[in-house]
Ligand binder design. Structure first.
Ligand code: SF4
Ligand code: SF4
Length: 175
C-alpha cells in the first residue's frame, strides 16, 4: 500500500477543530484587510484553478478504470492534509472550505474517504491528493497519447509554479 507523507513530520497543521477554525478566520481576516492589494495573488489562484480544472477529466478517466476495483485504496493509508497553499487557494478562489482538516493526527484515516472514494469535490482536495497517481494509474497514463501525457505534465508544472507564486505574492502583501 502506498503511503503519501507530506511536509510535516509530526502532525497535520490545524488538526483540531479550534485550530482549523482559527486558521480559516485568520486567512479571511487578512484577505479582507488587504483585498485591494491582493489582485495578483487572486489572479495566480484563478490560473491555478483553470489548470486544475483542465486535468480533472483525465483524473476522472484514470480513476474510473482503476479505483472501483482497487484492492488497497490509497486514501485509507494516505498521510496527507490541507497545507497553507491549499487553504490560501480555497480562500482566494472563494471556494467552500472543508469543515475540518483531513486528519486530526497521523494515526487516523482521512475523514473524507468513503467506500465510494473521496467525498470532497476535486477542486477542494489538497494538491497532494490531486497530483498523486498510483502505479496502476501511472501505467494507464503511459498508454495515453504523448499529447495527453504532455498536457498533464505541463499542467502539473504550471500548478506547482502558480501555487508558489500565489503564496509568495500573498505573503509579500500581508507582511
Ligand atoms: S488511486 Fe490507485 S491506489 Fe488509490 S484507490 Fe485508485 S487505484 Fe487504488
Ligand atoms: S481528501 Fe480525498 S483524495 Fe485526499 S486522502 Fe482524503 S479521501 Fe483521499
Amino acid at each position: 500500500m502506498k503511503t503519501v507523507t507530506y511536509l510535516y513530520p509530526d502532525a497535520p497543521p490545524w488538526g483540531s477543530t479550534t485550530a482549523w477554525k482559527a486558521a480559516k478566520w485568520n486567512l479571511d481576516y487578512l484577505i479582507r484587510l488587504h483585498r485591494p492589494e491582493l489582485d495578483r495573488a487572486v489572479n495566480f489562484a484563478r490560473e491555478v484553478q483553470v489548470r486544475l480544472e483542465s486535468i480533472f477529466p483525465l483524473m476522472d478517466d484514470l480513476c474510473a478504470v482503476t479505483c472501483p476495483w482497487c484492492p488497497d485504496p490509497c486514501c485509507l493509508a494516505a498521510k496527507v492534509w490541507v497545507d497553507f497553499k491549499d487553504l490560501l487557494f480555497l480562500h482566494l478562489c472563494c471556494r467552500q472550505i472543508p469543515p475540518a482538516q483531513l486528519l486530526p493526527d497521523l494515526k487516523k484515516t482521512c475523514r473524507y474517504s468513503s467506500p465510494r472514494g473521496c467525498t470532497l469535490p476535486r477542486i477542494t482536495r489538497p494538491w497532494a491528493c490531486t497530483w498523486y497517481l498510483c502505479p496502476t494509474q501511472m501505467a494507464n497514463l503511459r498508454q495515453k497519447t504523448h499529447t495527453v501525457q504532455n498536457m498533464f505534465s505541463q499542467a502539473v508544472q504550471a500548478i506547482k509554479t502558480g501555487r508558489k507564486e500565489m503564496e509568495a505574492e500573498f505573503i509579500r502583501v500581508v507582511s
